[in-house]
Each structure stands twice: as structure tokens, then as C-alpha cells.
Design a protein around this ligand. Structure first.
Ligand code: HEC
Length: 132
């Protein structure tokens, strides 16, 4: 009995001692913000933007209703694709750029500029990169 109480006390002490360290190191006001690169997106929102932007009229996209177009390449298994549009490494940053400005990156190709905001493009990229 006695030793259990002592153990609990010790555990509590450790927490009390560790807290300032945790605060300083992880979640205190002076702690560095968790990394939010300029390419962080929300996949669920991305699915909505994909639906609204009509991407599916040209692409097959798993999980998006009526996305069965055949003009562009199918976007199945997209996270496993190594190259975008035949020449760009499939990084998150490149994908965001491509989604937003396909005509700047490959002038004259059939994919139109959809007028997407940075955030919309990031969200869409998050969705596509979620396709295993
Ligand atoms: C009018 C048809 C059309 C629409 C609409 C369209 N795309 Fe495309 N997309 C293409 C074509 C064509 C390519 C191939 C371009 C190339 O390789 O030069 C392409 C390429 C891509 C690629 C690279 C695929 C790969 O395997 O290389 C992605 C990703 C992509 N589109 C996403 C989207 C998204 C997201 C939307 C909606 C915002 C969209 N596309 C709307 C025609 C379209």
C-alpha cells in the first residue's frame, strides 16, 4: 500500500517537473509553431473543390462522383505516381502548382486554368496525394 502511494507521488512529481520542460519545448508560447508548409491542405475540402471544378469531366478520380472523364490521364493511385504531366516530379509543391497553373507549366495542353486559389489548390493536392 505504502509503496503504491509513494509511486503515485513520484509519478506526479515527475509530471510537475516535466511540465515546464514540455511547455518550453513543445507547446509554450515561445515554442516554434508546428511546421505549416505553404502546401498544407485539407483533403476533405479538396474533394469538394474537385467536384465543383469539373476535374472529373476529364479525369477518372477515385471517390469523386461522376469523375470518369478520359481527356486527361486517370488520377488513380496518384500518391504513387512519380511524375506529373510527363516531366514534373510528383512533390506536393509541384502538384499544387500544376493544379493551379497547368497552362503556365505546359502551355497549350488541354487542362484549363480553373482560377483556383492557393488554398483550394492545396486542398485538392492533399486529396490527390491521399489516393494510395
Ligand atoms: C478539359 C480537360 C481537363 C480538366 C477540366 C482538368 N484536367 Fe487535369 N489534365 C488534363 C490533361 C489533358 C492532362 C495532361 C497534361 C499533360 O500531360 O501535359 C492533365 C493532367 C493533370 C494532372 C497530372 C496527371 C499526370 O498523371 O500527369 C493532374 C494531377 C490533374 N490534371 C489534375 C486536375 C484537377 C485537380 C483538375 C480540376 C481542378 C483538372 N485536372 C481538370 C485535362 C484536364
Amino acid at each position: 500500500m505504502m509503496s503504491r502511494t509513494l509511486l503515485r507521488l513520484a509519478a506526479r512529481l515527475i509530471w510537475i517537473l516535466a511540465c515546464p520542460v514540455l511547455l518550453l519545448g513543445g507547446c509554450g508560447p515561445s515554442a516554434p509553431k508546428p511546421e505549416r508548409s505553404s502546401t498544407v491542405g485539407d483533403a476533405e475540402a479538396g474533394a469538394i473543390w474537385i467536384g465543383r471544378s469539373g476535374c472529373g469531366s476529364c479525369h477518372q478520380i477515385p471517390g469523386i462522383m461522376h469523375a470518369n472523364g478520359l481527356v486527361g490521364p486517370p488520377l488513380i493511385h496518384f500518391s504513387r505516381r512519380t511524375i506529373i504531366a510527363g516531366y514534373l516530379p510528383n512533390t506536393r509543391e509541384n502538384l499544387v502548382r500544376w493544379i493551379q497553373h497547368p497552362q503556365r507549366l505546359a502551355p497549350g495542353n488541354a487542362m484549363p486554368e480553373a482560377g483556383l486559389t492557393d488554398q483550394q489548390a492545396r486542398d485538392i493536392a492533399a486529396y490527390l496525394h491521399g489516393l494510395e
